[in-house]
Write a protein that binds this ligand. Sequence first.
Ligand code: PA5
Length: 448
Amino acid sequence: MAHIAFDLSKLEPFVHDNELGEMQAMVTAADAELRQGTGAGSDFRDWLTLPKDYDKEEFARIKAAAKKIQSDSAVLVVIGIGGSYLGAKMAVDFLNDTFFNYLPADKRNAPQVFFAGNSVSADYVHDLINLIGDRDFSVNVISKSGTTTEPSIAFRIFKDMLVKKYGEAGAKERIYATTDKARGALKTEANAAGYESFIIPDGVGGRYSVLSAVGLLPIAASGANIDELMQGAADAQDAYTNPDLTKNEAYQYAALRNILYRKGYTTELLENYEPRLQYLAEWWKQLTGESEGKDQKGIYPSSANFSTDLHSLGQYIQEGQRTLMETVVMIDKPRTDVDVPTAKDDLDGLGYLQGKNMGFVNQKAFEGVVLAHTDGGVPNMSVHIPDTTPYTLGYLIYFFEVAIGISGYLNGINPFNQPGVEAYKTNMFALLGKPGFEKLGKELNARL
Ligand code: PA5
């Protein structure tokens, strides 16, 4: 039995009984494209077996580096963008205390983990430098190409800081480079300077890389157990191999969102009832959006955090344009619970909740919302996770990865490329005056 449970029971008014079964032939074909490598983008499927076939020597080095960072740094600055940061950010948030970075050091037993190089905001960098102050810190710079503008700028800045503080030799001991095994600017620099280096595997695209060194070093540095994380993913690898739709819930999810998409539900909201899961949706948005949004088609991935957003987006979801479907990630057993206190009087009218706990209220909010949104014309699917352990996260990561791989092939696109990401980069280089882009720069400036 799968460790997490996919609930499609609320789809009844939107998807007829026969429809899922009728997707079987397409799903079987998509499964063959993915597993046998006959589909487009087949060079980027190594994430399929990564939970078991990873470099064990590197894994041990990751754990050793995490320990060193914990022993000599109050802050770890993780520099990367897109697939080179979202998975780590998602996992660090998901697995740790909600206020991880704000806890006193002795309650954290790990450095604060901050992310940089995921925007070009000067204020962000300035404020982070200010926050680090004169405390000890290390940098994990993550970039496959080593030439992505945002992380490259951030790396220059934080490397300069390290060199000023610790000297060239000391800085070298505090820089961890996660990059291509042989090529690219960062690899060249890491080799020349002697930084401890970790590899972004060739057959694993950025958005599928969280279970490689890209995610694992920051996650381990935050104190989370990466053995359990990999074990959860490895067990999911076994659980989601059967192409039979009746036996594979990840494939059911892929097929159902495809059925709904063809009926005009073109936006999918990934929702949660736990603030720590906000970045799960950010990671998932890249996974789905970059995998599926091409050839002028694809589900638009969006998100909502409940119950917070029920007081903002809730109105639109309930009564706005009927193009939305929702997928809730629901934690069945929250890590902690807090009782609703008893009160002498009942001025706030909460007396009926006395003796109940917040987990109960959250659960009822979830149930009430699912029914209300379904009644309002929003198809609802749920993924129930038992807890927020590393094992469960590993399992959940794999569930979504395999589902989106299949989903892309069901929609007739290459789920593993991202040609559209280049357009803005080219324009930005041209407008910034990068050598080699002069002609385009003139054309663009004339249009501004
Ligand atoms: O998923 C992707 O491929 C992208 O989001 C990349 O991860 C992102 O553009 C960063 O690229 P790089 O790792 O080369 O700096």
